[in-house]
Ligand binder design. Structure first.
Ligand code: GLC
Ligand code: CA
Length: 562
């Protein structure tokens, strides 16, 4: 039996195969969540011990970042064995126990998978390096001779996402410089050649391997880029176009959204649909226009994709409304649900972002414009949570956002781990500032992240003493209390269960909409106060004002219309 989506007031039931259409999904950045054995790195044992916290928080599912054996050149997004668990994180038995425990807590489990590239420590890549140019073991990757006559120039002008050329030259068996291989990310992450049959076959095996172990779905890393245009042509300025969400790929981009990538997801969908219950995919489809993102979501490929346009929109009523309309209209055309996301492990935390003068998404490569206003950022982050959790569709909560953690901007240079830091020649600090281990309890580091005396892999600011789970649990005005209330209402209130949604009239600077059963959300971006309508039953407010006080700037309200 399948429970109807949006049955009023229903919790998402274990057998509801449409759970992904409206789930609240919590992103666990495993190495920074909880450290069970005291080596400073979060692990499966730590996560298992905190499942009660996550169940109590009121989320429906977890997305766990890569847990596979990896040299960790890019936080585990460099996978050496897709069907194993890195010993830092535990064992396969631990993973199986986690899956069972999560399910027992009513939490579904989505695991990251990284099909665009492997680790350079993957047996296939080791074999490729050992093989001769043009040898069969090189054919699973993108090895090419260099340009400029003597082969000393990279084969084309593509750049790595972390800085520098997307090509590295190898030394052949005879000791001479030889071919180059493609890596859209770090050199330790060679891109696979998806036209090679072994590649597709092996990934289908990996899908079945984890589906057989009971995981509920995969988050697909870099789901845009598996297919490359034949001949690997240079990128030209025309391959980047401006769009409301920033700069995105044009139609002829040589590796973003190249047609055969859709065939990969069609083949994966067949495997997911054959499972009982069916399993789901959420794709990371960044840097392409949203209208093209929805092509992946028409029913025969992926189930959902992150709405990065929402994450990148400035804290301004008109801009957010335009993004919400543009993305939901596009999704509606293909029958896919929306996904809302404010932060993840690649972006500056939104509490800090919303405190920057322009509040917009900023390229992490840009220098900071002064200190963020964290008081404004916090108020906006609270209001943003009520906005996001009131919208129809599924919502992603990045670990620590429920505690109101800011981006850590002053990590000492010597602790930085993100490959961006070295690849940019120490000019771009990278993403470590959103990956600092969580504070759970106590007044000093490690704040319960690991046992007393252990040293987290990135240092935690002393100021986080007031942001621990323990401290916030006791405080009804904390971010944690707000998230818990909002997630509980989102799950229980019939007003938020269906996909019903309609904008209401509102003055400039206010977003105001109604969901089902008279449940409404108002978000004031300022400056004019927004009066609570007469007779409204206030359900939840993001600020500490009395229930019927006018809504000031940077505050949000859920209420039931009279
Ligand atoms: C995705 C991940 C990011 C990683 C990159 C390369 O964007 O979210 O963390 O560095 O892919 O795998
Ligand atoms: Ca550990």
């Amino acid at each position: 039996m399948e429970v109807e989506v949006g049955a009023p007031g229903a919790r998402i039931e274990p057998r509801d195969s449409s759970w992904w259409r409206r789930a609240a999904i919590y992103q666990v950045y495993l190495q920074s969540f909880a450290d069970g054995n005291g080596d400073g790195i979060g692990d499966i044992a730590g996560l298992r011990s905190r499942l009660p916290y996550l169940a109590e928080l009121g989320v429906d599912a977890l997305w766990i970042t890569p847990w596979y054996p990896s040299p960790m050149a890019d936080g585990g997004y460099d996978v050496a064995d897709y069907r194993g668990i890195d010993p830092r994180f535990g064992s396969l038995e631990d993973a199986e126990a986690l899956i069972a425990d999560a399910h027992a807590h009513g939490l579904r489990l989505v695991v990251d998978i990284v099909p665009n590239h492997t680790s350079s420590a993957h047996p296939w890549f080791r074999a490729a390096l050992a093989d001769a140019p043009d040898g069969p073991d090189r054919a699973r990757y993108l090895f090419r001779p260099g340009g400029a006559g003597d082969g000393a120039e990279p084969p084309n002008n593509w750049q790595s996402a972390f800085g520098g050329p997307a090509w590295t030259r190898v030394v052949e068996a005879d000791g001479r410089p030889g071919e180059w291989y493609l890596h859209l990310f770090a050199p330790e992450q060679p891109d696979l050649d998806w036209t090679h049959p072994d590649v597709g076959e092996d990934f289908l095996r990996t899908l079945r391997f984890w589906f057989d172990r009971g995981i509920d779905g995969f988050r697909i890393d870099v789901a845009t880029s598996l297919a490359k245009r034949p001949g690997l042509p240079d990128i030209t300025p025309a391959d980047w176009v401006a769009n409301p969400a920033g700069t995105v790929a044009g139609p002829d981009h040589p590796y973003l959204d190249v047609e055969p990538v859709h065939d990969v997801w069609r083949a994966w969908r067949v495997v997911a649909d054959a499972c009982r219950p069916p399993r789901v995919f959420v794709g990371e489809l960044a840097a392409i226009p949203f209208e093209r993102v929805t092509r992946y979501l028409a029913g025969d490929q992926l189930h959902t994709a992150f709405n990065f346009d929402f994450l990148r929109t400035a804290w301004r009523a008109a801009d957010l409304r335009a993004t919400i309309d543009r993305t939901t209209d596009a999704l509606h055309r293909v029958g896919a649900p929306a996904t809302w996301v404010l932060s993840n492990h690649d972006e500056p935390r939104h509490l800090t972002r919303y405190g920057w003068p322009d509040t917009a998404y900023r390229d992490p490569a840009l220098p900071l414009q002064g200190d963020p206003d964290l008081v404004a950022g916090r108020a906006r982050a609270r209001a943003a949570a009520l906005l996001m959790l009131a919208l129809p569709g599924s919502a992603y909560v990045f670990q620590g956002e429920e505690l109101g953690l800011p981006q850590v901007l002053d990590l000492p240079d010597e602790v930085l781990q993100d490959p961006t830091w070295t690849r940019s020649g120490h000019t771009v600090r990278g993403r470590d500032g959103c990956r600092v281990p969580l504070p759970w309890a106590g007044a000093t580091a490690p704040f319960g992240f690991g046992p007393e005396g252990s040293r987290p892999w990135l240092p935690q600011p002393a100021s986080w003493a007031g942001l621990t789970v323990e401290a916030e649990r006791r405080d009804p005005g904390s971010m944690l209390s707000l998230y818990r209330s909002a997630l509980r209402i989102r799950r229980e209130d019939p007003g938020l269960a269906s996909t019903a949604f309609a904008w209401l009239d509102a003055p400039d600077g206010v977003l105001h909409f109604e969901r089902d059963a008279g449940l409404r959300c108002a978000v004031n971006f300022g400056p004019a106060p927004f009066p609570v309508p007469d007779g409204a039953e206030v359900v939840l407010r993001s600020d500490e004002a009395p229930p019927d006080a006018p809504l000031a700037a940077d505050a949000a309200l859920w209420y039931r219309r009279p």
